[in-house]
Design a protein around this ligand. Sequence first.
Ligand SMILES: [Zn+2]
Length: 233
Amino acid sequence: MTAIKQLYDLQSVDAELDWRHARLAEISRALGDDIVLKPLKDEVARLKRAAQKTAGDQVNLDTLIGGFEAKIAEANAKLYGGKVKLARELQDLQADIEMIKRQRGEQEDLLLVVLDEVDDAQKAFADASKAFSRREETWLEDQQAMADERVVIEGDIPGLQIDRDARAAGVTAAEMALYDQVRKRHQGKAVALLRGSTCDSCRMSIPNRLALDARSSDKPVRCSNCGLILLVD
Ligand SMILES: [Zn+2]
């Protein structure tokens, strides 16, 4: 009985250690892992490229339109410069100017469309950048919180380990071997309370004779259903 109570107490310290070690492993996997940021980061990069492309389209159109302006100015200079005198040549020049103006008009219409696209693309890029910054900020806060949590958990472990070692020293090698063996098979649980004739772990009734043994014997009695060592409550 006393030995089983010692195992039961050892189990509670082991449970404290177990979850801390599990949490530390979880934290060490999560620290520095920025995979959650990747979709937004990729989206920002994509929108940046799109914004750069539309801005490039605008520059090209501006250049093209500028070229038309220069041609028109050049033709106008000829037209009104006084050097071209033949009516036919003057008509041709006039026709050239009209044609260039039409072309310029077409490109200017296109420019209006592209200017809208530039605005939209820049807004989409700015919005996504902001969303990414917010997400990154949350991620950094989470990282910091986990780093802080790790310090606390790591601080708890030495004391718990000393407690554990002291409790482990109080049980025999055979009891410890049984404890380890049962614990390994039952996800960290080795000892269950026996309430009346019910195992507190699996909630099943055990035979009366076994319950009696658990109450009277010094030897560990195990639940006939789940296999845990029973400690009379
Ligand atoms: Zn049981």
